[in-house]
Design a protein around this ligand. Structure first.
Ligand code: SF4
Ligand code: SF4
Length: 96
């Protein structure tokens, strides 16, 4: 019996704007799919920067009197709320 030939993978045949594994590239930030977001109580925040230290994606930003989160890149993991020693961060549902 004659063996069937299998076509070899030719990376040069894939257009530059297509990923060979998925389909095509689309820009998506965590703020587009997050289910919860952190809200800082400015009266409780003492600017200790613990949230800044623990945030895994470095989206905590310093304001004049408190620390805030960049909600475009925050993924809603809640670590900052867990670690804040002053209970200044609450996680709320995105629908609220
Ligand atoms: S950990 Fe809490 S108290 Fe400290 S800077 Fe962050 S929000 Fe403010
Ligand atoms: S919820 Fe997670 S990603 Fe968002 S600011 Fe807090 S630690 Fe960072």
């Amino acid at each position: 019996m004659k063996k069937q030939s299998v076509p070899l993978f030719d990376p040069g045949a894939i257009p530059d704007n297509l990923c060979p594994i998925a389909t095509d590239y689309s820009r998506m930030l965590p703020g587009d799919w997050r289910s919860q977001r952190p809200v800082v109580d400015r009266r409780k925040c003492v600017k200790c920067a613990v949230c800044w230290l623990y945030c895994p994606v470095q989206c905590v930003v310093e304001r004049a009197g408190w620390f805030d989160m960049n909600l475009a890149t925050c993924k809603g993991c809640g670590i900052c709320a867990q670690e804040c020693p002053h209970g200044a961060i609450a996680m709320i549902d995105e629908e609220d």
